[in-house]
Design a protein around this ligand. Sequence first.
Ligand code: ADP
Ligand code: MG
Ligand code: MG
Length: 251
Amino acid sequence: MLSIKNLHASIEDKEILKGINLDVKAGEVHAIMGPNGSGKSTLASVLAGREDYEITQGSVDFLGNDLLSMETEERAREGLFLAFQYPVEIPGVSSTNFLKTALNQIREYRGQEPLDAVSFLSLMKEKMNLVEIDKSLLSRSLNEGFSGGEKKRNEVFQMAMLEPKLAILDETDSGLDIDALKIVANGVNTLKSKDNATIVVTHYQRLLEYIVPDFVHVLYNGKIVKSGSKDLALELEEKGYDWIKEAEPTH
Ligand code: ADP
Ligand code: MG
Ligand code: MG
């Protein structure tokens, strides 16, 4: 599904990603962990197609497409979901209207008819039940005045509706409480299937008490310095990151 090869990226002439290699197959959940400043959010941003970064080397293949040459919207239409790709707050636009537009754009791109109001509502209902979201949340302006937990719930609901092939979740907000983490984890677990994949970028070992990743990677100083099973997350919980920093010769 996703194959990242020797990816290097810089911002303002400072190299942040220094040769990332990562393969993600359908059906897998990958967690990317690592100390603050190691490049996790940069990696997520580069995959999302944010323009502030310069790719200096390497390639990213997404379902047979050259991801790095695609526009952000094109990436979304091909089935990539990044929570922060979607607007943070749109006064006057409800989640429902926003999603209807997004979903019908994706359908049009795939050569499918737009959903009519009745089918859209029934799909909403099905997905609302699936991720346990309250309908009052959906009639409010998108993300306006949402709590951390409500934002997460909404994000997971967007994911459920858009059915991405690959979701990349960057859990950067250190203000998230345990309920918000559980919402994300439940969403990832519920939406997991043999046809899709998820990359969870996280500072929190705790998130991985609720999501069981198939693979855990440690990003440090712009490189994946260690990969393993969920046991690696437990080891990190116990030992912290220092032993990984010491093992890394460039630091
Ligand atoms: P992480 O998500 O692992 O904490 P980031 O990807 O946010 O790490 O940051 C990696 C490095 O890139 C840090 O040293 C950070 O200071 C730097 N960096 C990130 N974004 C920018 C930016 N817009 N301008 C300059 N430096 C940046
Ligand atoms: Mg950071
Ligand atoms: Mg980050």
